[in-house]
Design a protein around this ligand. Structure first.
Ligand SMILES: [Zn+2]
Ligand SMILES: [Zn+2]
Length: 370
């Protein structure tokens, strides 16, 4: 039976290795050795094993060094370095041992249909995520003051999130009805002439690597907000990039995820083609045909820092793009302050409006003010 867990141990001293986002090398914090991911390619020989060798039996209760915890329903992995237990659900693909920081990689989550095509390596580290969060709070007028001093970052976790990348040549052809009107007065009569047009417009576009997250537990809107990712920095998948990080395998199939990509293709094409109908008094879309060709899909792991922040008994989740540093997440609102601002700005607006009305009366233009 193939071994289920892969550990990234330093070939020189046996300590746990970690990918360093600054140098893009895998480093040993104990003996200062450093390796390029390419030098550690032998760790990935298991990726070539036929998926058929990895039958579902290997996930049975007696499988090599993992078990199901009856109380939590989670899988329990035993860290080979310290014997500590690592808990994870069925999609957990790599994790750090909470006791000794050793990285454990669940081999089966990367074989066969689950083998990623690409990985976008982390470029920003934990400290960058912490700084981005503090910056995110800066200047937020409606944030409760106590949040700055009392909120506590409970956990910062670097995780490779599974994404599907869809590429496609998209053709759109649309039919609109347009009108042009002109009005004039002649001999005491008002005339309006309306001409109607049938407008046919078409456009083609290539969409490259539109990302859709393939993880049920990740909030779709939050993951969408992390874009853009620069896929020119993506590399062929290698487990070396996972050392020191968590990762998940997908649990939403490409066939399901593609609908979200198609919705984006359609929205983009509709707005682009609609923009080609200028110069009319009114335009209404009558029919639309959108089709995709030369479709390609890739399975990629993308870098995300997740921050769990506790304040006032509630947990707030923020996510940072591990490549660009873009941070997203909802902050709590100080409702008292919000009303104060509304009243203040509402008052200023009313005062300006009142001033304008008064000016209107002085100038004798009369109406319009209520
Ligand atoms: Zn070492
Ligand atoms: Zn351990």
């Amino acid at each position: 039976m193939p071994q289920q867990l892969l550990e990234y141990r330093c070939p020189a001293c046996g300590a746990s290795l970690q990918f360093d986002s600054g140098s893009q090398q895998v480093v040993c914090p104990y003996c200062d050795s450093s390796f390029s991911p390419q030098e550690l390619i032998d760790y990935d020989s298991f990726l070539k094993e036929d998926a058929k060798n990895e039958t579902s039996d290997s996930w049975s209760k007696d499988a090599d060094r993992w078990d199901k915890d009856e109380a939590t329903g989670l899988n329990v992995y035993t860290c080979a370095a310290c014997g500590g237990e690592v808990l994870g659900d069925d999609t957990l693909a790599s994790a750090r041992c909470p006791f000794c920081d050793n990285t454990v990689i669940m081999k089966r989550q990367f074989t066969g249909e689950w083998k990623p095509d690409l990985v976008l390596p982390f470029k920003l580290d934990r400290a960058a995520a912490q700084n981005a969060f503090r910056k995110h709070l800066h200047g937020k007028k409606l944030l409760p003051k106590a949040f700055h001093s009392e909120s506590c970052i409970e956990e910062i976790k670097g995780i490779y999130v599974p994404f599907w990348l869809f590429s496609s040549d998209v053709s759109a052809s649309m039919r609109f009805s347009g009108t042009k009107s002109r009005a004039w007065t002649d001999g005491g009569f008002d005339y309006v002439e309306t001409s109607r047009y049938a407008l046919l417009r078409a456009a083609n576009a290539r969409f490259n690597r539109i990302p859709v997250d393939g993880s049920l537990k990740m909030d779709d809107a939050m993951m969408d907000s992390l874009e853009p990712f620069d896929f020119r920095e993506a590399v062929d998948f290698q487990t070396a990039y996972l050392s020191g990080f968590f990762s998940d395998r997908y649990d939403v199939d490409a066939d399901v995820s593609v609908d979200r990509a198609k919705t984006r293709f359609n929205q983009t094409m509709t707005s682009r083609v609609s923009a080609l109908t200028g110069g009319f008094s009114s335009v209404a879309l009558e029919s639309s045909t959108i089709s995709e060709h030369n479709n390609e899909r890739e399975y990629a792991l993308l870098p995300v820092w997740l921050l769990h922040v506790r304040w006032n008994g509630k947990l707030y989740t923020f996510a940072m793009n591990g490549q660009t540093g873009k941070l997203v997440g909802d902050l709590p609102l100080d409702k008292g302050r919000m009303w104060k601002y509304r009243l203040l700005y509402g008052g200023i607006f009313a005062a300006i409006l009142g001033g304008l009305c008064l000016l209107g009366h002085f100038l004798g233009c009369g109406g319009g003010c209520l």
